[in-house]
Write a protein that binds this ligand. Structure first.
Ligand SMILES: Nc1ncnc2c1ncn2[C@@H]1O[C@H](COP(=O)(O)OP(=O)(O)OP(=O)(O)O)[C@@H](O)[C@H]1O
Length: 239
């Protein structure tokens, strides 16, 4: 299934021409990393895929639908099949972790077992704490656990491992790869950690100077002679 198909995407904020021709596609089951320097337009690109940000030109197909021509109801239908995790926020001040998970389980009408999610994400010691009293990393973990509750067709993650300690990074990545294998769900994420791209992503898109300068498998990139994706990034992107 064609999960995402983006052709010649353009987006400016006033005079700031952030995306000037991005081409990208994702098939069911792909795990794709989007990389580029600070301010390159990665979050902007993800927000367009989430159907929450307008764009100026080009074609954006999400879950087989050209989102430009969709009604609000059709867009809502698309959004129900997507889970997103943005940077940790101060939402849900008055709810405890377990209450939050139960709330979203009901909202998504999810068959996922909350007890299992609590075990999988090591949330037992935090289950009765208020969300806003958690550390930044644990807020991130709870947000990610919520994203998996809906068993989405498409999971969009903006810097999901920023702020996580090495064990929690591993835990998250094993959850992502397991979810991907179990459900065939597609994952698109941004990260500044090139080791994660090399270890876990099938493909990578480099946004540089507003365009999708490289869009290829990590295997093909390494086969061109770079020692690592980190070395590829340093060679291709200037400060
Ligand atoms: N709502 C907005 N209004 C105006 N300019 C914006 C807005 N959102 C982003 N920008 C600008 O667009 C450019 C791209 O921002 P974006 O957040 O997409 O980059 P990024 O690649 O995700 O960066 P980072 O790696 O630092 O998170 C930046 O110059 C930013 O200042």
């Amino acid at each position: 299934m064609n999960i995402i198909d983006v052709r010649n995407l353009k987006k400016s904020y006033g005079q700031n021409n952030v995306l000037q021709g991005v081409n990208f596609h994702a098939q069911a089951g792909d795990i794709i990393g989007v990389i580029g320097k600070n301010g390159a337009g990665k979050s902007t690109f993800l927000e367009i895929l989430m159907t929450v940000k307008q764009y100026d030109a080009g074609k954006v197909v999400v879950l087989n639908e050209d989102i430009h021509s969709l009604s609000i109801t059709q867009l809502e239908h698309i959004r129900k099949q997507i889970s997103v995790v943005l940077q940790p926020t101060q939402f849900y001040k008055t709810l405890k972790v377990e209450e939050l998970l139960k709330l979203f389980k009901a909202y998504y009408q999810s068959a996922v077992d909350i007890k299992q999610i609590i075990v999988d994400f090591k949330l037992e010691p935090h289950r009765k704490k208020y969300f806003d009293k958690l550390s930044g990393g644990w807020k991130q973990i709870v947000s990610l656990a919520i994203a998996f509750l809906s068993e989405p067709k498409l999971l969009i993650l903006d810097e999901p491992t920023t702020g996580l300690d090495p064990h929690m990074r591993n835990l998250l990545w094993s959850y992502i790869t397991d979810y991907n294998k179990r459900t065939g769900g597609t994952v698109i994420l941004t990260t500044h950690n090139m080791d994660e791209i090399e270890l876990y992503c099938d493909k990578v898109m480099l946004i540089n100077n507003g365009i999708s300068e490289v869009f290829d498998t990590t295997q093909n990139i390494l086969a061109t002679g770079y020692q690592s994706i980190h070395a590829f990034y340093l060679a291709r992107v200037s400060i």
